[in-house]
Write a protein that binds this ligand. Structure first.
Ligand SMILES: Nc1nc2c(c(=O)[nH]1)N[C@H]1C(S)=C(S)[C@@H](COP(=O)(O)O)O[C@H]1N2
Ligand SMILES: [Mo]
Length: 424
C-alpha cells in the first residue's frame, strides 16, 4: 500500500492537490481498518493534510491592482483630475516627465540635470528605452508602517533608479536622494520620501534595486496605484514608495526629509517579519479539527517558521513577559510558493525574468524577503470553551516576533490575536 507523508512537498501545488488528497485518504482509510496503530495514525495524518490543503486551496497570492488597500493624500487626488488636466500636468504616460536635478538649497553638482524648465526632463519613451536594457521585475508586499496588515502583494516592474541618475552626471556633494510626486502645486500637499545615495547606487547583498516602477502584475500602473510612475523600494514600508512621481533631487543634505518623519515615524526602518491570520472560524464543534490559514510578511530578518498558541479567552498574560515568549507555541505549516499566482496574471503563471526565480518560474528560495508566505495549521483536541488564538513568526536567526524591533513607530508587528469558541 502507499504510505502518505506530510512533507511540505505535498503542498507544492496546494491549489491542485486537494482532489488528490481525497483519493489518498481512501487508501489510508482502508489501511486504518486493519487495526494497526501506525495505520490509524496515517489515516489521521492524511485527513489532517486534506483539511489543511482544503483550507489553503483558496489563498490568492498576488493582489489584483484594484483590490489593494490604499493610503493616499491629495485634494483633488491626482488620478481623479479630468483627463485634460492629467495630460497637462504629466500624469499620463503620453505627457509624463520626471525632473532629475540638484537640490537648489544644496551644493550637489550635476553635469547634466534633466528638467522641465530646460526642456530635457526624462519622458516616458526614454524610460521605456532604458527598460529594454535594464527593466527588472520582482515581488514585493506593500505595507503601511502604521497599519497592522499588508495592503497588497504585487509583481512590480521598473527601471533601476540609478540608471536614470547616472544620466544626470552626478559629480560631487551628493549624499541623499529626495523625491516627491504630483501635489497640485500646493506645498502643503507634497508627499516626500528620501534615501541615502548609497542605497540607490548599490544593492545590499541579496537585495533588489530601487526602481522607477511603471507596471504592476504585468499591466501599466494605474493612477490609483501611483501611475504613470511610482517609486518602489523593496525593503521599505509603503511611505517611501512615492506615487505620481515627478521630481527626484540629488542633495548634499545628510538628513531624511520624508513627510512621514513628521508623524513620529522611524523613516530608516526596514520591513519587519510578522504573522497574520487569514481565516480562523469563530465557532467550531468540539472534536472537529479547526483549520487555520494565515500569511507571514517576510521582513529583513526572514521567516523560518510560523507558530500558533491557544489560550483560554481573556487569560491575563504575565506583565514580565510582554512578548509572550512563554506561551504554548506550536509550529504551523509554512506553505511553499504557490503554483497559481493570482493577481490576474495570464493563466496564473509568473512571466519569465522575475528576480529570484529560475527561467522556468521556480523560486530560487522560499520564502523570499519583502514578500508574503502563506501558512496553515489544524487546532485539534480543544475542549468546549472560549479561546484566544495567537500567531507569530520566527525569523532566520530564531528571533520571535515582535522582537528584535518591537517598537510600533518602526512598523506595526504586534502579535496577532483571533477568537475561537469550541461548542459542545
Ligand atoms: N504621492 C503619494 N505617494 C504615497 C502616499 C501619498 O499619500 N502620496 N502614501 C504613501 C503611503 S503612507 C503608503 S502606505 C503607500 C500605500 O501604497 P498603496 O496605496 O499603493 O497601497 O503609498 C505611499 N505613497
Ligand atoms: Mo503608510
Amino acid at each position: 500500500m502507499k504510505s502518505i507523508t506530510l512533507t511540505p512537498d505535498l503542498f507544492h501545488q496546494h491549489r491542485e492537490v486537494t482532489r488528490r488528497y481525497f483519493m489518498q485518504l481512501g487508501a489510508a482509510g482502508a489501511a486504518a481498518m486493519g487495526g494497526r496503530a501506525l495505520f490509524a495514525n496515517e489515516a489521521e495524518k492524511a485527513n489532517d493534510a486534506k483539511l489543511i490543503a482544503e483550507a489553503a486551496a483558496d489563498l490568492e497570492y498576488l493582489t489584483v491592482a484594484e483590490e489593494f488597500g490604499t493610503v493616499e493624500r491629495g485634494n483633488p487626488l491626482p488620478y481623479k483630475l479630468p483627463l485634460a488636466k492629467r495630460l497637462e500636468v504629466g500624469l499620463e504616460r503620453k505627457t509624463w516627465k520626471l525632473d532629475l536635478m540638484a537640490d537648489p538649497k544644496s551644493n550637489a553638482q550635476l553635469g547634466n540635470p534633466l528638467t522641465r524648465a530646460a526642456g530635457n526632463a526624462l519622458d516616458f519613451p526614454t524610460l521605456m528605452k532604458l527598460a529594454e536594457k535594464h527593466a527588472v521585475k520582482f515581488l514585493k508586499v506593500i505595507s503601511c508602517l502604521n497599519m497592522s496588515k499588508p495592503l497588497g502583494m504585487g509583481l512590480w516592474e521598473g527601471v533601476p533608479l540609478r540608471e536614470v541618475l547616472w544620466l544626470t552626471q552626478p559629480k560631487e556633494n551628493v549624499r541623499r536622494v529626495f523625491f516627491y510626486g504630483h501635489h497640485n502645486e500646493d506645498p502643503k500637499q507634497m508627499f516626500r520620501g528620501s534615501l541615502p545615495i548609497g542605497r540607490v547606487l548599490e544593492d545590499p547583498p541579496g537585495d533588489l534595486p530601487v526602481i522607477l516602477c511603471y507596471k504592476l502584475n504585468g499591466k501599466w500602473l494605474s493612477g490609483k496605484r501611483g501611475g504613470p510612475v511610482r517609486m518602489i523600494i523593496p525593503e521599505t514600508y509603503g511611505f517611501k514608495n512615492v506615487k505620481w512621481l515627478k521630481t527626484v533631487m540629488l542633495t548634499n543634505e545628510p538628513f531624511a526629509n520624508d513627510t512621514y518623519a513628521r508623524g513620529n515615524n522611524d523613516v530608516d526602518t526596514w520591513m519587519k517579519s510578522m504573522a497574520r491570520f487569514i481565516y480562523l472560524p469563530r465557532r467550531e464543534k468540539a472534536g472537529v479539527p479547526v483549520a487555520v490559514t494565515g500569511m507571514a510578511q517576510v521582513g529583513v530578518g526572514g521567516v523560518k517558521k510560523v507558530q500558533v498558541a491557544v489560550l483560554p479567552r481573556g487569560k491575563k498574560w504575565p506583565a514580565n513577559d510582554p512578548y509572550m515568549t512563554q506561551a504554548p507555541w506550536r509550529d504551523a505549516q509554512l506553505l511553499p510558493a504557490p503554483t497559481h499566482w493570482g493577481g490576474e496574471l495570464k493563466d496564473g503563471k509568473l512571466p519569465s525574468g522575475v528576480s529570484n526565480f529560475t527561467d522556468t518560474g521556480q523560486p530560487k528560495h522560499w520564502p523570499q524577503r519583502y514578500t508574503l508566505a502563506h501558512w496553515a495549521t489544524l487546532l485539534k483536541g480543544l475542549k468546549p470553551g472560549d479561546y484566544d488564538v495567537f500567531c507569530r513568526t520566527i525569523d532566520d536567526k530564531g528571533i520571535a516576533q515582535p522582537l528584535p524591533r518591537p517598537f510600533k513607530k518602526s512598523g506595526r508587528n504586534a502579535i496577532s490575536k483571533a477568537e475561537l469558541t469550541v461548542e459542545k
